[in-house]
Write a protein that binds this ligand. Structure first.
Ligand code: DOR
Length: 439
C-alpha cells in the first residue's frame, strides 16, 4: 500500500512532461506510472493540473533572529508554502549575523516545529570567522557560505581582495556571493547623499559596480579553484563574462530582475528599491537572452521583506529589498504562459538547478526514492497578485494588482500536503535540507 497517489496529472518526469500518476510512501516517491487507486490510503485527483518537482528558493531573507517585525521563520515559510515553494535556503544577514556555530544552532532550533517548508541556512563570511568556515560549512542544515562584497542590509561585508581570497581558500563547498564593489559604492554615494529620487538607485549602484565585483570574484575564485554561485546577476555585461567561467561559476537570476525595469521606480517608488538594483530594459533583455542560452542556472527570489513604514523613509534612507518567495512561482509561470521560457526550463531553474548548484541530497527531481516534494500548478488559472494575499509579516508585494496566468494549487513537502487551494494545511513540519557533501 502507498500513502498517497497523485492521480491523473501531467507530470514533469525525467522522460519529459507526460500524463502519469505518482505514488508516495513514507515521504518518498515510491512509483511513477499508471497506478491503481485501490493501492493507496489517500488519492489526490490532480486531473488538469501539472505536477512539478518541488520548487526550491535558494535565496531568501527571513529576518529571525533580531528583525522579527519584518518577518520570522514561520511567516516566511508560510508565504513560501502558499506560493508553491517546498524548500528555502535562508541568508545570514539577521541580527546577529549568522557567523558562528552557536548562531547556526540557534537558527536550527528556532526552525524546529515552526517552518512550513524544508529549510537550510547560509553562514556569513566575515574577517573574524575565516578560519572556522571549513567546519561551519559542514554543519547539519547549512547550505553553504555567503559573501557580501558590497554592503546591503546588515553588517556582513568582505570588501577587499585579500580577505576575499582568504575566504575562498577556506573550505570546499560552493560559495554564494553578492557581487557589488564596495569601494565604488562608497565613491558614488555622493550621487544620492542627502536625498534623491529613488530612480537614482540604479545610477548609484550602476552596472560597473556589479561588473567590477563579479570580475574580481571570478579571477580570485579561479586562482584558488573554488566554486562560486553569483547571486542575482543584473547586467548584460556580467552575462557576457560569465560563460567563460562555466567550470567554477553558477548563476542566479531573480524573478524581479526578469520582470521589472526602471519604469518601476516612478510607478511603485521605494518598493522597487533593492540591491543590486532593478535596471533598464536593455539589461532585462540581456538576462532573458542569457537565460535562454543556458547561462542562468537557477531562479532565487531574494525575498527581502521590510515594512511599508520603513520603505516610506525618504530615499536613500529607505531600506533595499522586496518580498518574493510567495510570488516566484506565479510570476515565472506567467512568463511560461507568455512564451518566454518552457515549462521544462522552469523546472530546470527552480528544482534541478538549485540541487545541482548546492549538491542537495535526494530532492529536485521526480524519481523513485527522491523526497516526495511537489509543486502542483494550474497553468491556466488566471489570478491577480495582491498585497492582501501576501503572508509575509510586511504584507506587500511589488506586483500588487498584476494579473497572471499560472498558479500554485498545492504544495507537498515529503509527502505532506502543506498547502491546498490557497490554505495552509496541518502543522509546520519542515526539516533541514540535506546536502551530499555533508551527509
Ligand atoms: O535588496 C536587498 N535586500 N539586497 C540584499 O542583498 C539584502 C536584502 C535584505 O536583506 O534586505
Amino acid at each position: 500500500m502507498y500513502d498517497m497517489i497523485l492521480k491523473g496529472g501531467t507530470c514533469a518526469t525525467l522522460a519529459g512532461i507526460v500524463k502519469t500518476d505518482v505514488a508516495i510512501k513514507n515521504g518518498k516517491i515510491a512509483a511513477i506510472g499508471n497506478i491503481d487507486v485501490s493501492k493507496a490510503e489517500q488519492v489526490m485527483d490532480v486531473t488538469g493540473l501539472h505536477v512539478l518537482p518541488g520548487v526550491i528558493d535558494s535565496q531568501v531573507h527571513f529576518r529571525e533572529p533580531g528583525l522579527e517585525h519584518k518577518e520570522d521563520l514561520a511567516t516566511g515559510t508560510a508565504g513560501a508554502a502558499l506560493g508553491g515553494v517546498t524548500a528555502v535556503f535562508e541568508m545570514p544577514n539577521t541580527k546577529p549575523s549568522t557567523i558562528t556555530a552557536k548562531d547556526m544552532a540557534d537558527k536550527c532550533r528556532r526552525a524546529k516545529d515552526r517552518v512550513w517548508t524544508d529549510i537550510a541556512f547560509f553562514v556569513g563570511a566575515a574577517a573574524e570567522n575565516v578560519e572556522n568556515l571549513p567546519e561551519l560549512e559542514r554543519e547539519q542544515g547549512v547550505s553553504g557560505v555567503k559573501i557580501f562584497m558590497g554592503s546591503s542590509t546588515g553588517s556582513l561585508l568582505v570588501k577587499d581582495d585579500a580577505t576575499l581570497a582568504r575566504v575562498l581558500a577556506s573550505g570546499n563547498r560552493r560559495v554564494a556571493v553578492h557581487c557589488e564593489d564596495e569601494d565604488r559604492l562608497e565613491e558614488r554615494f555622493e550621487l544620492v547623499r542627502g536625498g534623491a529620487p529613488v530612480s537614482m538607485h540604479a545610477q548609484w549602484r550602476d552596472a560597473e559596480t556589479a561588473v567590477r565585483a563579479t570580475t574580481r570574484l571570478l579571477k580570485i575564485a579561479k586562482g584558488v579553484k573554488r566554486r562560486v554561485h553569483i547571486l542575482h546577476v543584473t547586467t548584460a555585461d556580467e552575462m557576457e563574462i560569465l560563460p567563460q567561467y562555466r567550470d567554477i561559476a553558477t548563476v542566479e537570476c531573480t524573478p524581479q530582475h526578469l520582470t521589472l525595469n526602471d519604469e518601476a521606480y516612478d510607478r511603485i517608488g521605494t518598493r522597487a528599491q533593492m540591491n543590486p538594483p532593478i535596471r533598464s530594459q536593455h539589461h532585462v533583455d540581456a538576462l532573458w537572452e542569457a537565460l535562454n542560452q543556458g547561462v542562468v542556472d537557477c531562479i532565487g527570489s531574494d525575498h527581502a521583506p521590510h515594512t511599508l513604514e520603513e520603505k516610506a523613509a525618504p530615499y536613500p534612507n529607505s531600506p533595499s529589498g522586496m518580498t518574493g518567495v510567495q510570488t516566484l512561482v506565479p510570476i515565472m509561470l506567467n512568463h511560461v504562459n507568455q512564451g518566454r521560457l518552457s515549462l521544462e526550463r522552469f523546472v530546470d531553474l527552480t528544482s534541478a538547478g538549485p540541487c545541482r548548484i548546492y549538491n542537495v541530497a535526494s530532492k529536485g527531481r521526480i524519481a523513485k526514492g527522491y523526497d516526495a516534494d511537489f509543486t502542483i500548478v494550474d497553468l491556466k488559472a488566471e489570478r491577480t497578485i495582491t498585497d492582501k494575499w501576501i503572508a509575509s509579516r510586511c504584507g506587500w508585494t511589488p506586483y500588487d494588482g498584476m494579473k497572471v496566468t499560472g498558479w500554485p494549487m498545492s504544495t507537498i513537502v515529503r509527502g505532506n500536503v502543506v498547502m491546498h487551494e490557497g490554505e495552509l494545511i496541518g502543522d509546520p513540519l519542515g526539516t533541514a535540507v540535506r546536502f551530499a557533501e555533508c551527509l
